[in-house]
Write a protein of this length. Structure first.
Length: 348
């Protein structure tokens, strides 16, 4: 299991430190570079829990933050070529294309071309910031040309062929767009992975809101009782009621500000892999309009990749086409594709 301590241990060892386990943590003799650059002690014991005589490296500790910043200052890259054990077969792609469906249109398979395409295997780190902090790591693979997910690619690639070093990964806008696509999907994975944390935070917010409302309801009830006993004049009652309303509004505003969960996602590492695929051209028809939609069949996973939604940018495994420009739209953006509907991708 990955823990803050195991991360510190592995990273320091990679930097040349001498690492020895002990009963409550790890003992590390740091090289001169880390002593100077990060201000770490030359020799110390490190522990995930604060303890006398040890350096705390648990979540939120200053030392862990400094090491994380140093470890993530540059994103590590690798560039590989996948050579499959079995030759790619065009028939597999054609069979997969026959099972593809559009919710409100028909298509004809015009072309199948076996070629090489790039995948970006991206590891993304995320931080959820609220009244406390939650950190994690997710992995997402996207097709550089299609900007869609390739589920299970990394495991399938290592099982279906051999990986060899390749030239440096592509640079420029194509790679930047693939990174953005991977991070967008990584954000969705982070929310799924942190669902328990988010649900717990929402429950705490509801509890705090309920307590605030109960407190101010009590103040109003007490003010009403005092007014009925003629201990408060109407003028004083109005002033006190206004003061209660102002204090309540301030508390609710404070609770709302504390109730915002910020999610930050950043690229931690990436592998660019050139792998064999089948590029498919589908001639789609919706009413009287036609358009060519391009898909990819991934030979490593033996999976036909759906197109990307032209409204939200996420994957569209069951797409529909709009009437005007035949935009590819996913089921999240348009749950029902019957009849005419306004295209969320706009007129262009």
């Amino acid at each position: 299991m990955n823990t803050p301590q195991s991360f510190v241990e592995a990273w320091c060892a990679h930097q040349g430190a001498v690492v020895e386990p002990w009963a409550e943590g790890v003992e590390i003799l740091q090289p001169t570079e880390l002593i100077t650059a990060l201000g770490l002690p030359e020799h110390a014991r490190y522990s995930e829990q604060p303890a006398p005589g040890s350096v705390w490296v648990g979540y939120g500790s200053p030392v862990l933050e400094r090491i994380l910043q140093a470890a993530t200052r540059e994103v590590p890259w690798a560039a590989l070529v996948l050579e499959p054990y079995a030759a790619p077969r065009e028939a597999m792609a054609r069979k997969a294309a026959e099972r593809f469906s559009l919710r409100n249109a028909v298509y004809t398979l015009e072309e199948v071309r076996v070629e090489a395409a790039a995948r970006l295997v991206a590891s993304a780190r995320y931080s959820l910031l609220a009244d406390d902090r939650r950190d994690g790591l997710v992995e997402e693979t996207v097709s550089l040309s299609q900007r869609v997910s390739v589920p299970g690619f990394w495991e399938a690639a290592r099982a279906s062929g051999s990986l060899h070093p390749a030239a440096a990964p592509p640079a420029g806008e194509e790679l930047a767009e693939a990174v953005r696509a991977a991070l967008m999907r990584g954000e969705a994975l982070a929310r799924i992975q942190a669902r328990g944390y988010l649900e717990g935070f929402a429950r705490r917010q509801e509890r705090d809101l309920r307590r605030v409302e109960e407190y101010f309801q009590g103040l109003r009830a007490e003010l009403n009782k005092r007014s009925l006993r003629a201990k408060v004049t109407p003028e004083d009652r109005a002033l006190k009621a206004a003061a209660i309303d102002r204090e309540r509004a301030a508390k609710l505003q404070e609770l709302s500000e504390r109730g915002q969960v910020r999610l930050a996602v950043a690229l931690a590492a990436a592998v660019w892999v050139e792998a064999p695929v089948a590029g498919l051209a589908l001639r789609t028809r919706r009413r009287k309009a036609e358009r060519t939609v391009r898909l990819e069949y991934d030979f490593a996973t033996q999976h036909l990749l759906g197109p990307a939604c032209e409204a939200c940018g996420l994957d569209a495994p069951l797409p529909a086409l709009c009437d005007e420009r035949l935009h590819v739209i996913c089921a999240r953006c348009v749950p029902r594709a019957e009849g005419r509907w306004e295209c969320p991708a706009g007129p262009h």
